[in-house]
Structures are given as structure tokens and as C-alpha cells.
Design a protein around this ligand. Sequence first.
Ligand SMILES: NC(=O)c1ccc[n+]([C@@H]2O[C@H](COP(=O)([O-])OP(=O)(O)OC[C@H]3O[C@@H](n4cnc5c(N)ncnc54)[C@H](OP(=O)(O)O)[C@@H]3O)[C@@H](O)[C@H]2O)c1
Length: 217
Amino acid sequence: MTTAIVGVGNIGSAVARHLVAGGESVVLAAKDQSRAQALAEELGPLARAASVEDAIDGADAVVLAVWLDVMRQLVPKYEHVLKDKVVIDPSNPIGFDASGQMMRTLPDGESAGSVVAALLPPSAHYVKAFGTLGADALAASAHRDPLAVLFYATDDGTAATTIERLIRAAGFEPWRAGGVAAASRIEAPTGDLHQYGFNGEVVDIDRARSATAGSGA
Ligand SMILES: NC(=O)c1ccc[n+]([C@@H]2O[C@H](COP(=O)([O-])OP(=O)(O)OC[C@H]3O[C@@H](n4cnc5c(N)ncnc54)[C@H](OP(=O)(O)O)[C@@H]3O)[C@@H](O)[C@H]2O)c1
């Protein structure tokens, strides 16, 4: 299995490092391809760099590690290669106002997950994941004892199987928050199952289980 990671910034590079450390093959793409190339060289033989189109085309799963506004452009542009792929979306509807204060960029009740899922071709297998921790915590929390949980949200069985494998390979414990309707629960800045919702704590499976008890997750 090969995972394409589009975007090698804070989140994309952390996911790439963890997956390669867990023995997964990755193909990296970015706006500036030299950045993807540099990271691929650093990560060694399990990693290579490619254009966005070739990376997606040659992969089974795709992590769209770009901002939501970029995703709104990239998904329609690469719709032809996203067909049948597992598409992993870590985006949070976050922006910053003129004073640098973090704010939600979507209306209350609308999740980034619902926006991205609606843009994808119907045959894509959508899952919201890899965005439930801040980038520093994601980079620092693999293979903890007990394992740190990464929540995911999907209605798709193929996507669930794939993301559970990738989260485990990355050194975390997967925990399903629910379907796409539950995406807002795992998105910053307001989701109760995002790291911010736990007051910055990186939670383990006992905490995740109690936080989702009774929600049908
Ligand atoms: N940062 C966090 O703590 C955090 C936590 C959870 C979730 N997230 C979510 O994760 C996503 C990525 O955040 P980030 O902090 O990793 O962002 P980032 O550090 O700014 O990295 C964004 C990446 O997107 C790439 N990119 C931009 N336009 C592109 C295009 N047209 N084609 C291909 N690649 C393009 C950039 O390429 P270049 O390198 O070539 O510029 C860069 O590698 C966002 O949706 C964010 O909401 C972030």
C-alpha cells in the first residue's frame, strides 16, 4: 500500500515521518516540489516525491495535508485521480483575525469535513483524520505508553479499515468518533474531541471511550 501526502508542512511532514517509521511507503507532493523532494530524501527509501497529480494517481490513500481553502481548489482540479481513493482530510476550519486571534471560518453547524466530503467524486472513500492534535503534539506523541488516540470520522468501511491501519502504523490508537456528521466534534477550534476540547491534553483510549460513550460511535 502507498499513501500520498499532499502538503509537507506541519501536519504532512509529521504524518510522513510517522508512517515511514512504521514501515509504510509514502509519496510526497507540495506546491514547491523541492520541499517534497527534500523531505523524501531525508526519510529514505520508503519515501519519494512526485507532482500532486502523479502522487495521487500512484497511491491507494491520499492525505490532503493542506488548508481548507487550498483543498477547495485542489479537490476539483484532481477529481479524476481521486476516484476510488481513500481520501484522508485533516483540515480544521481555522483562520486568524486582524489581531491574530484564532477564529472559526465556517458557520456554526457546518464542518470542514462536510465541505470536503461533498467536493469529492462519489467513488472516493472519505475519512476525517490526522487533524485532532496540534502539529507539535502529533509530532511528539507517537508510540506513547499508553498509546495516544487519534480520532477519525467516516461513514465508509474501506476508509475506516485504511485509516485504522495508518493510525496504528503511525504509532497511535485509532478511535472512531462517528460518521461524517461527527466531523465537527473532532475539528478545532470548537470540537469537543479535538485536543483543544480536552484543554490541550493528548488522550488515551480510556478517555476517548468515555468521551464518546452514548454517542453511537
Ligand atoms: N498546524 C496544526 O497544528 C494543525 C493541526 C491539525 C490540523 N491541521 C490542518 O492540517 C492542514 C495543514 O496544516 P499545516 O499546518 O500542515 O499547513 P502548512 O504547514 O502551512 O503546510 C501546508 C502545505 O500545503 C502545501 N500546499 C499549499 N498549496 C498547495 C497546492 N496548491 N498544491 C500542493 N500543495 C500545496 C504547502 O506546500 P509548500 O510547502 O510547497 O508551500 C505546504 O506543504 C490544514 O488543513 C490544517 O487545518 C493543522
